[in-house]
Write a protein that binds this ligand. Sequence first.
Ligand SMILES: [Zn+2]
Ligand SMILES: [Zn+2]
Length: 347
Amino acid sequence: MRAVVFDAIEGQPEVREVPEPSAPPGGVVVRVMATGMCRSDWHAWAGHDEITLPHVPGHELAGVVASLGAGVERWAVGDRVTVPFVCGCGRCDWCRTGQAQVCPEQQQPGFTHWGSFAEYVPLHAADTNLVAIPDPVGFEAAAGLGCRFATAYRALAGRAKVTEGEWVTVIGAGGVGLSAVMIARALGGRVIAVDRNPAALAVAATLGAEHTLLTTAVPDVPAAVADLAGGGSHVTVDAVGSAQTCADAILSLRRRGRHVQVGLLPPVDGHPRVPMARVIGWEIDVLGSHGMAAVDYPEVMALIAAGRLEPQRLIERTIGLSAAAELLPVFDRATVAGMTMIDPRLA
Ligand SMILES: [Zn+2]
Ligand SMILES: [Zn+2]
């Protein structure tokens, strides 16, 4: 099969013929029809995750079951499926209680094993992790769910528990941030979107942001949010992951507000400082969010099938494997207003 492979950390990825994977016991092989590229793929390429080389990235995928490993009960060849980027083991207490997103034995395609920038991808514990794609939902919309959209949904609905009329400030209007804007609106929130890219903010406005703040023009984000939201936001999301954005988000909250940290904070320059004095004095809840378990997908799929959420609107472009290999090393610098989708059937 064709796959995007790199042989060294920060080495140039290339499209290469590699052996087709075989289904692990309890797992499946999926023929990839759509797979998103996200900053996490760049982090793996840049050496911020433990991976084995040579490596095939890719963790936001949708496709068709191509073969079954021993013991798979719920799935058949030909089923249209997607999968969370965190795949639980299916056996531990966390998995058995519906919290596979924090499974200690988790597998992540594109990190713990070869991923979906390829024609085929192996997936573990299929009965725990696979999610059926309803007929009205396309492969690209479903692939768009796997990481950023599902993460944003869990962050706002599952962790922050946004309610009607609350102010939600989203810092970062990339894939996860724009997903958060759309989802916060669908939950009845009033959204302030913050970014340094005017084009991304324009998209945020079309997705329901009531206000947008361009950081190059508004240096004091917390003060601006306090003005707009009558003393501060009820909920903030840092969808970027830097000391600055994390602090801006926490300091933009009103007393007893809830902050969800979604953007990865890799310890490249030491772990960033968090304004803990404010967290203590104002009783701020600081919440982590890590993907979404397969058992929580059906409610999101139902909202998509009903047209109330439209992740496909976040897809900016679809490219082939060769273009993906070119794009990965510069993806941290790419200014795209939305998601980049890969179709492995393209060159
Ligand atoms: Zn588990
Ligand atoms: Zn991702």
